[in-house]
Design a protein around this ligand. Structure first.
Ligand SMILES: [Zn+2]
Length: 348
């Protein structure tokens, strides 16, 4: 009898604890969801604020393995969210950086090496899954239609499953995928307006990434402010021309003397394949000193270095590989890019 009483009492105690725990977890989860939604809402409000331009370096990586997300830059201007390139890891990085992915107005591709487009399918898909309610356009040079249509084809089953499972109201088929807007530039080095909305203008121009072509850069303008994105390029007169007076020049860079040392090491070790690759890549990227000279000559206000080869880790490597050489040539403001870096340009 005593045993039965103790057993019943224990059951009551355990029941109470479980009930209490379940109530506590309900409120913990509710508070977590509420604070996460509030944070996202506040971040979106700040980024889409029309009184300033905000640039976020989503990823500064390259095809060389590193901790970085591959190349992508977000520009928030006059309430518009424009994305330039979308290399590997970009879709998830955007969400981790709390960017309002459902509000993307346009994606611009600079060229067709995979470190600039590998995650395009995911960016298109995730923005829709999370609630995008507008047609998404992918702008880029010749090859963009083939790229976008290839992704749409490979995501056909994914789109179908999502709508079938969650229903048309939650996953409306009309907003899935994206459409390509392919443009052609004249070979004379001139720029072309490829996007224009409520005073925001995006021009594209050719850069020199031979033998790969087309390869383009972009210049974004609004209320007298200008941001130039180089894409991948060798030292290019046209990049200098279109960077003239830019508030921000966001450019790739290579430390060629270091890459030459890597080439020499492979040669010494008799590894011809990688010696050849290291030699070839020096021909179509811009050296950090060349970039400094270009930015100085173009009177760029702030130079933002991204897509750095080789990767620099820590204060001393960043200083000696990139900061010191560029500082010898360029006297404006300098930002050495890192994933998630935010740069704000106030509008008068
Ligand atoms: Zn690249």
């Amino acid at each position: 009898m005593k045993f039965l009483k103790t057993f019943l009492l224990l059951q009551v105690i355990v029941g109470c604890i479980l009930f209490h725990l379940s109530c506590s977890w309900d409120s913990v989860v509710l508070n977590r969801v509420k604070s996460s939604l509030k944070f996202k809402e506040d971040t979106a409000k700040e980024l889409l604020d029309k009184d300033r331009i905000t640039v976020i370096l989503i990823g500064v990586g390259t095809p060389i393995p590193s901790d970085n997300i591959q190349n992508s830059t977000a520009v928030f201007v006059n309430g518009q969210f424009l994305v330039f390139d979308s290399g590997d890891g970009v879709a998830m990085a955007m969400e981790k950086q709390h960017l309002p992915v459902t509000e993307i107005n346009g994606i611009f591709i600079t060229y067709f090496h995979s470190d600039h487009f590998a995650d395009l399918g995911e960016v298109i898909d995730r923005s829709w899954l999370l609630g995008r309610r507008n047609h998404l356009t992918v702008y880029g040079p010749k090859g963009t239609s083939e790229l976008v249509n290839g992704f749409l084809k490979s995501y056909k089953l994914e789109y179908g499953y999502r709508t079938k499972h969650h229903g048309e109201n939650v996953m409306p088929t009309q907003w899935k995928g994206a459409e390509a807007n392919e443009f052609t530039l004249k070979p004379d080095g001139s720029s072309k307006i490829v996007y224009e909305k409520d005073g925001v203008v995006v021009r594209s121009f050719n850069v020199n990434h031979e033998p790969v072509e087309p390869a383009v850069g972009y210049r974004i303008e609004f209320k007298g402010k200008s941001i130039v994105i180089s894409g991948d390029t060798a030292d290019s007169e046209n990049l200098g021309k279109h960077s003239l007076g830019a508030d921000l020049l966001i450019s790739e860079a290579m430390n060629k003397s270091l890459v030459a040392k890597i080439e020499k090491a492979y040669e010494f070790l008799g590894i011809e394949r990688f010696r050849k690759i290291m030699k070839d890549i020096q021909l179509y990227h811009i050296d950090i000193s060349e970039l400094g000279r270009l930015a100085e000559k173009a009177k760029v206000k702030t130079l933002v270095v991204t897509h750095m080869i080789p990767v620099a880790k820590g204060f001393f490597q960043i200083k000696s590989f990139y900061k010191d050489p560029v500082r010898q040539e360029f006297h404006g403001d300098l930002i050495i890019g890192e994933d998630g870096k935010k740069i704000v340009l106030p509008l008068e």
